[in-house]
Design a protein around this ligand. Structure first.
Ligand SMILES: Nc1nc2c(ncn2[C@@H]2O[C@H](COP(=O)(O)OP(=O)(O)O)[C@@H](O)[C@H]2O)c(=O)[nH]1
Ligand SMILES: [Mg+2]
Length: 280
């Protein structure tokens, strides 16, 4: 397994930016990849949030193993005490559910302001998550209906804008990006599988081999069916390449091509719907 690199300097900066964004809002939407409910969440988020309420989205649920997903919904809900919703960013109905949950989660804060004699105002929200989990897709969907920029507020840099999603919600139009800080190489490999890691930080072949190991254990039949392997054939890049006729010099398996293809097929959901984290 080749190593995935991470950069402490970048992480410190990213964490500082994240903290600044979180300080501006009443409620945080944390987006997690439903295929990696454990590996794509942020271990430090509790510290960053303090008492701030959080809505947790298991996004790309359309690509995840539905049977296993409900276990994680319940587990994360129990562990955090916050609501967890399975979402697909393109579904309008899921976006409506997000809006309703946000209004509920922010109500206590707004009620407190009113109790102090202040005017009620919309709940302020930011979307955070690792790269590629669907943050921008969700933000775009939420603001599509609205289209009205609310303009600057103190403490918001010029690159960020508040958008009034509805009378109850103001959303920051730029997401908070959770930095990759993975001393845990197993986690980092899984994040690379779902395209959450910069491509120059890892080798396709290594990540593809790790992916096939997980799929062989849990989802062998899907892989065998998709690539047309024999029932008892080992699931390997070599066998897949030969079966698909991805050949290099002297008729040998083209491992470079097979690695890219396996990762692409997996990421698109063509091989099947999977969940890659273990329940224990
Ligand atoms: N299948 C599926 N794809 C999604 C979903 N949400 C986002 N995507 C896709 O995932 C990719 C990354 O999404 P993006 O919103 O840019 O992620 P970000 O990096 O977190 O902002 C894009 O190709 C999206 O179209 C989802 O719920 N299901
Ligand atoms: Mg984005």
């Amino acid at each position: 397994m080749s190593h995935i690199h991470w950069y402490p300097g970048h992480i410190a900066k990213a964490e500082k930016q994240l903290k600044e964004l979180i300080n501006l809002v009443d409620v945080v939407i944390e987006v997690i990849d439903a295929r990696l409910p454990l590996s794509s969440c942020y271990p430090n988020i509790k510290k960053l949030l303090g008492e701030k309420p959080r809505l947790i989205l298991l996004n790309k649920s359309d690509l995840a193993d539905e049977k296993k997903l409900d276990f994680w919904v319940n587990k994360i809900q129990t562990d955090t005490g916050f609501p967890v919703v399975k979402t697909c960013a393109s579904k309008n109905n899921d976006i409506t559910i997000i809006e309703n949950k946000i209004a509920q989660l922010g109500k206590e804060k707004i009620d407190k302001l009113v109790a102090k004699g202040l005017l009620p105002r919309p709940v302020r929200v930011v979307v955070v998550g690792m790269p590629n989990v669907g943050k921008s897709s969700i933000i775009n969907k939420l603001i599509k209906k609205a289209k009205t920029k609310v303009g600057a507020k103190a403490g918001v840099t010029r690159q960020q804008q508040w958008v009034r999603v509805n009378p109850k919600i103001d959303l920051l139009d730029t997401p908070g990006i959770i930095p990759l800080k993975q001393e845990d190489q197993k986690k980092a490999q899984k994040l690379a599988m779902v395209n959450s890691v910069s491509e120059n930080a890892y080798e396709n072949e290594s990540v593809a081999r790790e992916l096939l190991k997980i799929l062989e254990k849990e989802y062998a039949k899907s892989v065998i069916d998709y690539y047309g392997l024999e029932e008892n054939q080992t699931i390997s890049l070599e066998n897949i390449a030969v079966k698909r006729n991805w050949l290099a010099k002297e008729g040998r398996a083209d491992i470079t091509k097979a690695s890219v293809m396996v990762l692409t097929d997996f990421r698109s959901g063509r091989i099947g719907k999977f969940l890659l984290d273990d329940e224990d």
